[in-house]
Design a protein around this ligand. Structure first.
Ligand SMILES: Nc1ncnc2c1ncn2[C@@H]1O[C@H](COP(=O)(O)OP(=O)(O)OP(=O)(O)O)[C@@H](O)[C@H]1O
Ligand SMILES: [Mg+2]
Length: 174
């Protein structure tokens, strides 16, 4: 694994694989700080990561998400496409999770509002794509790989996608 990482970025040290995931997702370290590295293995993964990179590039000032730190572009002879993101210490909630802190709901609502303001929707708001800090006071959306950016010409589709995001958010807190 470390050899694979070496090709992508020799300053990163492997810590563990993060699951569940559809692409390869690792917790890695650099200078004592943790990050998340998502690595593409095939064409579908590359498309997925390119999309996540594009979405995250528009969101460097959005609160409540794990931001893009670095994007690695593939070249024919060298490393695969990969993205490095902030790491959020904590856990994804599980079915039946009791949210002890109602602040979390308004944090997520504000984040979703900020993303919609940037015309980003299809947020795939599910337990596996959010992480809550161990003390239960902080929440982040950790995966925007499914996000779409809706042009002004697709107002109806954008409205429908936003409705789905709201419904999924309600489901998380119900
Ligand atoms: N920034 C992060 N901080 C902490 N944990 C994370 C972070 N990013 C991802 N994880 C953990 O790793 C798992 C997989 O990450 P992610 O959802 O980005 O992968 P994915 O391949 O897009 O998965 P899927 O398509 O199944 O949603 C998440 O469910 C979460 O538990
Ligand atoms: Mg995910």
């Amino acid at each position: 694994m470390q050899a694979h990482l070496q090709k992508i970025d020799p300053t990163l040290h492997f810590r563990r694989r993060l699951l569940p995931s559809s692409v390869l997702v690792y917790q890695v370290e650099r200078d004592g700080s943790s990050f998340v590295l998502k690595v593409a293995e095939d064409a579908w993964d590359r498309k997925h990561l390119r999309n996540e990179e594009r979405t995250l590039s528009l969101c460097s000032d959005v609160n409540g998400i794990t931001h893009l730190v670095q994007a690695y572009r593939p070249t024919p002879s060298s490393y695969p496409r990969a993205i490095l993101k902030e790491y959020m210490e904590g856990k994804s909630p599980q079915l039946g999770h009791r949210f002890s802190n109602s602040q979390l709901q308004s944090t997520l609502e504000k984040t979703v509002e900020e993303l919609h303001y940037r015309r980003i929707s299809d947020l795939e708001l599910e337990y596996k794509n959010i992480v809550i800090s161990r003390d239960g006071t902080q929440l982040r959306i950790v995966d925007l790989g499914n996000g779409s950016i809706y042009p002004k010409t697709e107002e109806n589709a954008f409205r429908r996608a936003k409705d789905v995001d709201y419904r999924k958010m309600e489901w998380i807190f119900k």
